[in-house]
Design a protein around this ligand. Structure first.
Ligand code: PMP
Length: 364
């Protein structure tokens, strides 16, 4: 690329050059034969249907998603799922609860949005229970820190990779739940790590992720939901937020984000050609380990997150425990050398290198 830089933005993020080249080559005439662009294509046409079907079947193959789960393509980003999840999984009865495990900014925001959904019922019992899992409770595994879940809870929610805080759990926090609790639907936000490693889909009841980090561009949000959870939403929720409506309409209930779906389709093929999610995992580990090793062996940079919950995707770090002037200078000098997007999220400051699927090993 002209003036190629290494892009460490947290999302939208870097994309494979070969894929962008293909998008550019096909922009005027899809597959060099149709005589019109994918952005001009009806979402009801056979050509677009083929893109939808191919993308969903490749995604199913990459993540080994069983047929007992539906794949939905939705809009509104991951943030709209903060509302869609409680709206679909709760009946809004008086005694009902849902439990949020918070490990950082995004799970906190999701819990706040769930509270909004329940706010018409403010006088009722506390319906959204937020359990903050601090680094200590995630590290110690003693019974005192285990969370008791109410029998009326409809789901337990967590975020597998906290993009801002650089924490990745890598598996549902089942150990954090008191063993006396019955099996409850597990909901997971994998916006910044879906398709970066193998997961066991049946450990979850619902997973969602926005596309603009590891598998495409902004606009598309993928929801993978157990079919038995569909059709539980109260009748009054907006139809485009109702997972059953989207499933019944094959994610074509209204005009979908056609261009984002086309790009995701190419990205799923790209991941498959690289060797699938296992290859992505290897690459993510190699890139992040290289940076963590460098930070750990330096007296200048620091990262205080316990090793087993460090994110493979978002490496957060500070200079001299948080010298903001030096950090601003670091970002400036890095940019001058072609390394962009290294500043931390505005809510926490510091520095962050986001290294998603499409970022090459050379960048780290
Ligand atoms: N969850 C996580 C883990 C994220 O990283 C983000 C975006 N950075 C979001 C949710 C919100 O995504 P969106 O901007 O697509 O609503």
């Amino acid at each position: 690329r002209e003036n190629q830089v290494f892009n460490f933005f947290a999302g939208p993020a870097t994309m494979p050059t070969s894929l962008l080249q293909q998008v550019s080559d096909e922009m005027l005439s899809y597959q060099h034969s149709l005589g019109y662009s994918v952005v001009e294509m009806s979402h009801r046409s056979k050509d677009f249907e083929a893109i939808m079907e191919h993308s969903m079947s490749t995604l199913r193959e990459l993540l080994e998603i069983p047929n007992t789960y539906e794949i939905l393509y939705m809009q509104g980003g991951a943030t709209l799922q903060f509302s869609a999840v409680p709206l679909n999984l709760c009946r809004f009865d008086k005694n009902e609860t849902c439990d949020y495990f918070t490990t950082g900014l995004w799970s906190k925001k999701a819990g706040e949005e769930a509270k909004r959904c329940f706010s018409a019922n403010e006088d009722g019992p506390q319906q959204v229970k937020v359990h903050h899992l601090n680094q200590q409770s995630l590290t110690q595994n003693d019974s005192a820190t285990k969370v008791h879940i109410d029998p009326n809870t409809q789901f337990v929610y967590y975020c597998d990779n906290e993009t801002v805080n650089g924490i990745e759990l890598k598996q549902p926090p089942i150990d954090m739940i008191h063993p006396s609790t019955k099996r409850i639907p597990f909901v997971c936000d994998m916006s910044s790590n879906l398709l970066t490693r193998r997961i066991n889909i049946t450990d979850f009841d619902l997973i969602y992720a926005c596309a603009q980090k590891n598998f495409g561009i902004a606009g598309l949000t993928v929801v993978i939901v157990k079919k038995t959870l569909l059709g539980k939403a109260p009748k009054w929720i907006p139809s485009l937020l109702d997972y059953k409506v989207i499933a019944d309409g094959h994610s074509l209930q209204n005009t979908p984000t056609t261009f984002s779906i086309y790009v995701a389709d190419l990205m799923f093929d790209w991941i498959k050609n690289q060797g699938g999610v296992d290859a992505m995992d290897e690459l993510c580990k190699a890139k992040s380990n290289k940076l963590y090793d460098f930070i750990d062996n330096s007296n200048y940079y620091s990262n205080n997150i316990p090793k087993h919950i460090r994110s493979r995707l978002n490496v957060v770090f500070r200079i001299k425990q948080g010298d903001e002037k030096l950090e601003t200078l670091f970002v400036k000098l890095a940019k001058e050398r072609g390394l962009i997007g290294l500043d931390g999220h505005r809510s926490v400051g510091g520095l962050r290198a986001s290294m998603y699927n499409a970022l090459s090993m050379t960048a780290s």
